[in-house]
Design a binder for this molecule. Structure first.
Ligand SMILES: C[S@@+](CC[C@H](N)C(=O)[O-])C[C@H]1O[C@@H](n2cnc3c(N)ncnc32)[C@H](O)[C@@H]1O
Length: 213
């Protein structure tokens, strides 16, 4: 079994400091679009400090939120105690989700599939826990289709510098392609550029819904 705690205290502090600015610049609206219409039992993978929790609609019965980083998980516990939806937080990783087969109506990933060590493995786990007819709702930054950003992002990933600073994040992943390769059909997809901070370039993002084919 992989470890369930992955401490990245420096990244956690950075993310806690940077997130409010990103929410103000538009991430909050992205989260609202991500979760609008979600219903039933939800598994949220890599929930961070719980930025999605206030946006779950009342049609969601429970959120099982999985987060391996202890500092972020502690903050998520605090947020969970203040929202209307019932949230249960668990330490765990994408490679071995602590959830039963066919137990989720919805699996949510936001800004997480960039960071998991093995996307194919994480997506296989998501398929395992989704009940037949369930949905994967994703909001992820993805590889740029245009130069020079594409080459720059690939170089940042290859150098190992960006993943080291950003808690394992990769800038050059074709996450929508990986979702399709994992046997999902993407039924809704929005692509847009988003700069989470003032002096950052707009990074390509994908927000959508996929169902096991
Ligand atoms: C950029 S943060 C996003 C947090 C949150 N989902 C959000 O939308 O703000 C990336 C998250 O992925 C989590 N993460 C990193 N590696 C993971 C893994 N192997 N399994 C599950 N989550 C992981 C991190 O701890 C962190 O909470």
């Amino acid at each position: 079994m992989p470890p369930t705690d992955l401490p990245h205290p420096r990244f956690a502090r950075l993310y806690l400091r940077a997130a409010p600015g990103a929410e103000e610049r538009g991430a909050r609206q992205h989260r609202q679009r991500l979760l609008a219409g979600a219903a039933g039992q939800v598994v949220e993978l890599g929930a961070g400090q719980g930025l999605n929790f206030p946006h779950y609609p009342t049609t969601v019965t429970e959120v099982l939120a999985i987060e391996p980083e202890p500092t972020l998980r502690a903050e998520a516990e605090r947020v969970a105690s203040e929202v209307a939806v019932a949230v249960t937080l668990i330490a765990g990783v994408a490679d071995a989700l602590p959830a039963a087969d066919d137990s989720a109506d919805v699996v949510v990933t936001s800004l997480v599939l960039c960071s998991v060590p093995n996307q194919a493995r994480a997506l296989a786990e998501i398929r395992r826990v989704l009940r037949p007819g369930g949905e994967l709702r994703f909001y992820e930054h993805v590889i740029a289709s245009h130069q020079p950003l594409r080459a720059l992002f690939k170089a940042a990933d290859r150098s190992g510098l960006w993943p080291a600073v950003a808690g394992g994040c990769h800038l050059s992943r074709d996450t929508v392609g990986a979702i399709e390769q994992a046997g999902f059909t993407v039924t809704s997809l929005e692509r847009f550029g988003f700069a989470p901070a003032r002096f950052q370039p707009a990074v390509p993002h994908a927000l959508g819904i996929a169902r096991p084919a």
